[in-house]
Write a protein of this length. Sequence first.
Length: 379
Amino acid sequence: MAERKQAGGVVRKKKSRKVGYAVVGIGHFAQDAILPAFKNAKKNSRLVALVSGDAKKHRVVGKRYKVPVFGYEQLDECLAMPEVDAVYIALPNTLHAEYAVRAARAGAHVLCEKPLAMDEQQCMEMIRAAEDSDVKLMTAYRLHFESANLAAMEAVRKGKIGEPRLFSSSFSFQIQGPNIRIDREAGGGVAWDIGVYCINAARYLFRAEPEEVFAFISKGKDERFAETEEAVSAVLRFPEGRLASFNVSFGAATTGTYQLVGTQGSVRLDNAYDYKGKMTFELRTQGTKKRTLPSRDQIGPEISYFSDCILKNREVEPSGWEGLADVRIIRALYTSAESGRPVRLEPFEKRLRPTGEQEQRRPPTKPPEPVNAAPPMDG
């Protein structure tokens, strides 16, 4: 790739037209989705390093991908590698901000899993670190590049269902413990982990920001949820009388759907949020158009897009600001649930929204057997 600015003002020359990535954190999602996806992003991206604290992963995963593996205490050494232009952060939520800021200050571009951080201040620290070091920060919203979700966005944007009025969604599965998703110290919680998808979907379909939120939390007596909630039910009030509601749970049968009802029709997506499997898109206006889209790799397009923005110095969407927009809503939902009252949100301007032009189609990957990493649910 082109020049890369390092901390201290040193500029490193690069001849390669591929962005070299270090993946930081190689848990189940990284091994099952991120690492195999580099095959689908090979035109402009390459995996050059891994960062993990697990000795077996060092041996097996490093050998599998033929790249060096560093411990977390060796992060600075990893970032100093000439081949490392960017990092993909797939760590527990509470570590996102620390590692993103460190990477940005070392001159590496940052692609970070959602939620971007645990509060607005951390998000701003990440955004400012990227700006100060003249590197790019992108929140890993893979559905901003996925065909079915983009088709739903475009149907709404083009007025096919009239004025959008009501969004509703359910996202749930039976989580298998122990798991960082239900570990409070790791930033676990159902709203943080899967509620963020429903919030983001409501925002990109309405193409607006909520003004007020209200939430209920359900905990129950299940031992899995000793530290975090089992379920959250929420309502978001958007401008012009539009409403969004969603239910998310780690203790219910598997589901993942959303529906947006407008004044002249509706759009519905089944298996809306998963990174694997077929998706069913349904548009109802004067008739019904229903189609099933095959399973595709969602991570390869995300990586490829970010690399393209780096190589061509383009503004990214979804940016760090997109991540911040959802974090402030999640925080407000928890505040509402604790207080039993609605919470008003400060006005928030969002200039860029996803469009159909971001669509990229890649074949599904075939991930190898994960090493010391269990999926969050069976099946």
